[in-house]
Design a binder for this molecule. Sequence first.
Ligand code: ADP
Length: 503
Amino acid sequence: MGTHILALDQGTTSSRAIVFDRQGQPIAQAQQEFEQIFPHPGHVEHDPEQIWQSQRQVAEDALRQAGVSPEQVAAIGVTNQRETTILWDRQTGRPVANAIVWQSRITADICERLRADGCEPVFREKTGLVLDPYFSGTKITYLLDSIDGLRSRAEKGEILFGTVDTFLIWRLSGGRLHVTDPSNASRTLLYNIHTRQWDDELLSLLEVPRAMLPEVRSSSEVYGQTDSDLFGAAIPIAGNAGDQQAAAFGQTCFEPGMAKNTYGTGCFLLLNTGRQPVASQQGLLTTIGWQLGEETTYCLEGSVFVAGAVIQWLRDGLGIIERAEQSEELAATVTDAGGVYFVPAFVGLGAPYWDAAARGTIVGLTRGTSRAHLVRAALESMAFQTRDVLEAMQQDAGLKLSALRVDGGASANSLLMQFQADILGTPVQRPVVQETTALGAAYLAGLAVGFWKDQNELQAYWTLDREFRPDMATEQRERLYAGWKEAVQRSLRWEKTGKPATG
Ligand code: ADP
């Protein structure tokens, strides 16, 4: 039995590998960035070979740094940027094109056409998603349409599809495994989250041949072994989940009503809704969190487009702070935002407003407004937007949030975390180990090989760095939140109606 677990965390801008010990502590990590390819506006690609090479390299580096031999690795867990789509040749293993990254809008036309044909409800009902270029399905359609002869080769089983997890596991296993897990499959627009099968109706709407799809295995089981030439010993590949779901697992959000929020450039929220999928009335996504054995855990997912990015804007756009961390000191010099609200709708607003025409708005300025008030209002906007999404989730699910577990760069800001607890009226818990995504993948792999006994054991390893308890009177909380809602109203529809006509 090995002594460590190796987690591979293949992200949008970098590949990372982390070695975890028996207590779920990271003992070594390596990271490598790779190229972002922008062939034209709105389109983003990655070179799958670069993804693979960088991922392989960091895995070796992390093991070397940890002083852990491949024989000592009990299992490998994989987590990945989701939805990014790769097609490759089954025979040669070579990609037929660059990966189309989740951010790419290149399939907007395909989505538009399907919507015009009235297909949106069937996708929404069966997959829990919305018809958007973000998800893998239309990216496959696009590649099959744009490369000569590819569709007929795919029909014959010569061309394989995979999200990044699938491609990595294929390469790790020396081309023996073509598998994915439900958390990744549920982001493709092809997978029925109720029956937990690839869905013939969806396949036919998107004209995707079934022969190219990977087998969907659970998120935690031994899929197979790494090719022994790769690291010098065959290692079981035993865990797989998309990055956000892996983070929720790493935060041990195992019970319905538990949620995690990652405060990065944007925010990513996931609420565990238990064994049944919950259809959202407010445009949130229904997704599979993970599958253990035959047991599937469903989540509601929502995101905030601009969160930490608002602090970047204060730094790089306005130049009123020099470093992101400075926002905390500065905000702490005032007791509140002085009535200022900052709605960072730079790219419109998502759930629950769904207004692409909303634009950034600052209201409540007076002669007494200082730089500190503005910074504080910017920080508070992350907390208000998080409450917006969590309220929508709780309504959809008929669940009461028990606690919010946090991670990501901006969760280091304690003033923000205290305000988050205050504005939610719910405790906010920040763990010691912030590498929750990689940790989740490690946990899934470790459970499969008996490195860890069960989820209870994992829960015991989740260690609190700090808990922020609500410390604001209900009346004040609701008054502040009502002010936010009013400020949001002022930001809506600006691109359409507020902006003076030009020309
Ligand atoms: P991503 O993975 O999206 O790049 P990270 O998790 O690395 O994001 O977090 C970086 C984001 O968090 C940046 O947008 C930055 O402005 C913000 N940020 C980092 N530290 C702080 C802080 N102490 N207070 C507020 N925001 C912060």
